[in-house]
Design a protein around this ligand. Structure first.
Ligand code: NAP
Ligand code: ZN
Ligand code: ZN
Length: 346
């Protein structure tokens, strides 16, 4: 199946128009016309090989929202015309303890990513969502509620689920004090979800001009982190802190903000190891944890939650020709709050 989109042909190369073949429709596959594709900071990390050697040409994109245009003979989950979403993985082993629990992102054999990997046949390159069309096995796609604007839905497929999942895992709700570090694509979804779940939300940001936006999204407090002495009065007060920052930082400053048994969940992945002051962990039985996206059942649950609460991402819709500029602006923390590519411009 012919597809047209954008690719980095070599590491660090600017994204350029690219035509390529996807597999033909199989019995369990669904073809979709992509309407919008979000730009995740993980796309930038991978194009720039900040996580190690990558596979090129690379068509990035794992926040995909579109409309079903064809279904294979055995497909029961989708029909032509349905709204459909695809996220960060397109397959997994389906047999391991994680997969059978619907936690495909933690597949023991490793999930099959949407791009920058080979498909499970071990030979075809997986090309991502910066393109006009996509093909996906029905078990690895989700339904999009019809009451939400589709451009704002695309980022939910990664940014949304990546914050929804830890909030659920650590029981976000009324009476909980939650901190969100970094108000970017992921962070702003964390604010919206934590607020909708009834928690008291504080944003930690190095961008003072984002304060009014944060409060409008549902944050109760906004703390500028440039002067860390301002954090002192907040020591030992947070139950849960979600770190979405895409750059290196001193994590110990934030560990000290956790209350007894509090947890700091690492979500941002700058690519370099953190140095941890063990004393900060001991004092208060604090924990550091990680969390990676979410499985298919939880992605569907998150989208249904968004439909019910009218939650979408705040997006800046761009055309394909603007993507390289959007990368620079994202790295400079100048994104409000997710760039989404209009797929009709590929
Ligand atoms: P993003 O939109 O660029 O947001 C990152 C935010 O981090 C920025 O808006 C900024 O917020 C803050 N930040 C950036 N540079 C900083 C610096 N030098 N010092 C302090 N704060 C800084 O990125 P994103 O798409 O949300 O992704 C965030 C991270 O999560 C990336 O590393 C990405 O790869 C990772 N990620 C992880 C998962 C997972 O499953 N765990 C899934 C998707 C993405 P302020 O301006 O408010 O300070
Ligand atoms: Zn992502
Ligand atoms: Zn598995």
């Amino acid at each position: 199946m012919k597809s047209r989109g954008l690719a980095a042909i070599t590491p660090n190369a600017p994204l350029a128009p690219f035509e390529f073949e996807r597999r033909e429709l199989g019995p369990d596959d669904v073809v979709l016309d992509i309407a919008f594709a979000g730009i995740c900071h993980s796309d930038i990390h991978q194009v720039r090989q900040e996580w190690g050697p990558a596979l090129f040409p690379m068509v990035p994109g794992h926040e995909i929202a579109g409309v079903v245009t064809a279904v294979g003979d055995s497909v029961t989950k989708f029909a032509v015309g349905d709204l459909i979403g695809v996220g960060v993985f397109i397959d997994s082993c389906r047999k391991c303890t994680s997969c059978v629990q619907g936690l495909q992102q933690y597949c023991v054999e490793g999930m099959t990513g949407t791009y920058n990997t080979l498909e499970r046949d071990g030979t075809s390159v997986a090309y991502g969502g910066y393109a006009d069309s996509f093909i996906i096995n029905q078990d690895y796609a989700v339904h999009i509620p019809s009451n939400l604007p589709l451009a704002g839905v695309a980022p939910l497929l990664c940014a949304g689920i990546t914050l929804y999942s830890p909030l659920r895992t650590w029981g976000a709700g009324p009476g909980m004090k939650i901190g969100v570090m970094g108000l970017g694509g992921l962070g702003h979804m964390g604010v919206k979800f934590a607020h909708a779940m009834g928690a008291e939300v504080t944003v930690f940001s190095h961008s003072p001009d984002k304060e009014s936006d944060a409060l409008e999204m549902g944050a109760d407090h906004f703390v500028v982190t440039k002067d860390t002495s301002l954090l002192k009065p907040l020591h030992k007060t947070f139950d849960l802190i979600l770190n979405t920052v895409s750059a290196d930082l001193d994590i110990n400053t934030y560990l000290d903000l956790l209350t007894l048994d509090g947890t700091l969940v690492v979500i941002g992945l700058p690519g370099k190891p953190y140095s941890v002051n063990v004393g900060s962990l001991l004092n208060g039985r604090r924990r550091i944890a990680g969390s990676m996206i979410g499985g298919i059942p939880e992605i569907q649950e998150m989208l249904d939650f968004c439909g019910k609460h009218s939650i979408v991402s705040d997006v800046e819709v761009i055309s394909a020709g603007y993507v390289n500029t959007a990368y620079e602006r994202t790295v400079a923390s100048d994104v409000k709050y997710r760039f989404v590519i209009d797929a009709s411009t590929f």
